[in-house]
Design a protein. Structure first.
Lengths: 272, 413
């Protein structure tokens, strides 16, 4: 009951943060941006509180189903966005992350958490590390998606000879490009670690034959492959700038498709 | 004594006359001394910028007095100076000061240089001992009001010159301009102004390409002839094109080659030449961002219009602040006059009391105290009506007349 209330509070907070962020950009009000950051931070803390309670309840790393996955991604994405916003003066990250977190949390709440004791497999530190690395990678890819979209919007505006003030709080093209490539690189690194840890753990617990054919394993591998290619191409002169941004947007679609498709069809990644 | 400002600005006088009436830092203290005598004032500030020369003083001078002062100081004639002067007094003077400090009276509304100039003029006068109880809080408030106007309205938000718009655009493409390389095509003044705006934002590495290399060296140490353009173009992050020529010197082929050589790092090209130096087809290249003079000027015009519209939001703020400041200055005068009035009455009372008590030696201690209390009560009751009247008028901002009257009636010094 308490968790349901807290999740609803977090959803409302992310929605409010998204609205405040949008209004701060539209009306050029620094005080609204400050409020957006504060409300986003509060929403992140509430979401983390729900996850901690869930972890205590499960006696394991608190991400064992789609429900917790969405909560985790919502919290991590906005937490990273707010920290980077404050460190690098990029308010647009908070503005971009809050609606994504709202959606993620809403989907999680609609999916709801399954009842019952978790599988013993998830009580291992290996499992926790694997999940943490993979979800952090997806959050990084989410950030790359946001910065890629910002790059494309700004480039289009500049090509249309928009005035600099019309570009508002959009960071420079170079900042967007660096964020995109950096986030993709971090994501690939984390996903590599997550896949390797998952592989080693699967062998350690001697999972039944066929786990290699699990849709989630294939999905993660495919995601890793497309992002690795996109990252490599970002260093090729002909693919810099706009093409890298488009790649970061297209690859994120792959993340979404493989995440959801694999979640419904996976047998080995069900722990409740 | 009224707060007064008399001066000349860009609206009433041409630059040729304004520059002849300007004051410099060295002669300012002596000029303030002369102004004090000329205007019979007790506090003075002279504000001298490229667009205005204004004398603020707490006195009774008018345009004739200040015309003679300015003419004498600068070796001009009164006939030359007098027609272009304007005067504001009282609340009008306070309002004018706040408008000037907030850049609402500037040639380019919203320019931010004026606030530093007002600050400089005030501090120069203060250090020379020409400000006091009235001008110290007034000028400090003017600076605070200017900051309030700048933060609460959009008056300073948008760039209103071609060079500053160009520099803002560069900041939207590159993450910071420090370390960026600029190539200037041509050695004309417009290019120099745009380069100056970029230098203000940290650009240091500048190369100039011009028909005559000697002329190019005036802008930057690294100078080349036109024949070196293909070689130096790839190194440039920002290109300012302002060469006088009939046909474009840069086309898609040249820029594409340069982009390839710099591994498709973006290139920002500002073409402020007429006829244009850069083929418009260059803008179709992915990593080349081309803005010509029309693009930049359109932005400037739009921004100027929006600043003008913002002025409507500033007017009520200025009115509110000016009214409050004026009432406070009136309160300062009022307090001083009331203090002097009371001192004058008490002095008369004490003198008569002393004389009377000297003749009434037979009075007991308590009787003497009774007589003293009587005199003090009489003084207080006599002072009560004029004190109340002056305070009431001060609350309405109308105390000046009564203050002058009280000073004359009771011979207050």
């Amino acid at each position: 009951m308490i968790d349901t209330i807290l999740v609803h509070v977090a959803i409302a907070a992310f929605a409010a943060a998204a609205t405040l962020g949008f209004e701060s950009v539209r009306r050029r009000r620094a005080d609204l941006m400050l409020s957006a950051r504060g409300v986003t931070g509060a929403a992140v803390l509430v979401t983390i509180a729900v996850l901690l309670r869930r972890g205590v309840e499960l006696g394991a790393f608190p991400v064992v189903s789609l429900y917790e996955t969405h909560l985790f991604i919502a919290a991590l994405l906005s937490a990273v966005a707010v920290v980077m916003d404050m460190a690098r003066r990029l308010p647009i990250l908070t503005v971009g992350a809050a609606p994504l977190s709202f959606l993620s949390l809403l989907v999680g709440a609609l999916v709801g958490h399954a009842e019952g004791p978790p599988s013993e497999m998830v009580k291992s530190a290996w499992s926790g590390l694997h999940v943490l690395a993979v979800l952090a990678a997806y959050s990084a890819f989410g950030l790359a998606f946001v910065s890629g979209v910002l790059y494309l919007i700004e480039q289009r505006q500049l090509k249309a000879h928009a005035a600099p003030d019309a570009l508002g709080v959009l960071p420079s093209l170079e900042t967007c490009r660096r964020l995109t490539v950096g986030a993709m690189a971090v994501g690939v690194g984390l996903l590599t670690a997550g896949i390797v840890v998952g592989y080693l753990y699967a062998r350690r617990v001697s999972l039944p034959h066929g786990w290699r054919l699990d849709p989630k394993v294939w999905g993660a591998t495919l995601t890793w492959a497309v992002y690795l290619v996109a990252l490599g191409l970002s260093f090729v002169p002909a693919f810099r700038g706009r093409r890298t941004a488009m790649a970061s947007v297209a690859c994120f679609v792959v993340v979404m498709v493989t995440f959801w498709a694999a979640a419904f069809w996976s047998n080995f990644h069900r722990f409740l | 004594m009224e707060i007064t400002v008399v001066g000349v600005n860009h609206k009433k006088a041409p630059v040729e006359l304004r520059e002849k009436l300007a004051f410099d830092a060295k002669t300012l203290p002596a000029a303030l001394d002369v102004l004090r005598g000329a205007a019979a004032s007790t506090e003075e500030v002279i504000l001298s910028t490229c667009n205005r020369v204004e004398a603020y003083f707490l006195g009774s001078g008018d345009e004739d007095v200040i015309a003679r002062f300015l003419a004498a100081h600068h070796g001009r004639t009164v006939e030359e100076v007098r027609p272009v002067l304007y005067r504001h007094a009282g609340l009008g003077a306070v309002r004018h000061l706040f408008e000037v400090a907030s850049s609402l009276d500037s040639m380019v509304v919203g320019e931010t240089q004026i606030i530093a100039q007002v600050k400089q003029a005030y501090f120069a006068a203060k250090e020379a001992g020409h400000t006091g109880r009235v001008f110290n809080p007034l000028f400090q408030r003017a600076l605070a009001v200017a900051k309030r106007i700048h933060s609460e309205t959009g008056i300073v938000e948008r760039s209103v010159s071609v060079p500053s718009v160009a520099a803002r655009l560069a900041e939207k493409i590159f993450q910071g301009l420090a370390g960026r390389r600029v190539l200037v095509l041509g050695a004309g003044e417009t290019g120099a102004l745009t380069l100056a705006a970029l230098r203000e934002r940290g650009v240091r590495d500048v190369t100039v390409v011009n028909r005559t290399v000697e002329r190019a060296r005036g802008l930057a140490e690294e100078a080349h002839g036109l024949e070196d353009l293909p070689a130096v173009l790839p190194r440039a992050d920002i290109v300012i094109a302002c060469l006088s020529c009939e046909r474009p010197v840069l086309g898609p082929a040249e820029v594409r080659t340069a982009l390839r050589a710099r591994r498709n790092e973006p290139m920002f090209i500002i073409d402020i030449a007429v006829p244009r130096n850069v083929d418009p087809e260059v803008d179709h290249l992915d990593d080349a961002y081309l803005f010509n003079i029309d693009d930049l000027q359109e932005t400037v015009n739009q921004n100027l219009l929006e600043r003008e519209q913002e002025m409507a939001r500033c007017a009520p703020l200025i009115e509110e602040e000016a009214g409050a400041a004026f009432r406070e200055t009136a309160t300062i005068d009022v307090q001083e006059v009331l203090t002097r009035l009371r001192s004058a009455f008490e002095a008369v009372g004490d003198e008569e009391l002393k004389r009377t008590l000297a003749r009434l030696e037979s009075l007991s201690g308590s009787q003497r105290e009774e007589v003293q209390a009587l005199v003090h009560r009489i003084v207080s009751k006599l002072l009560h009506p004029p004190t109340t009247a002056i305070k009431t008028e001060a609350a309405n901002g109308q105390a000046q007349r009564l203050i002058e009257l009280a000073s004359r009636l009771f011979d207050l010094k």
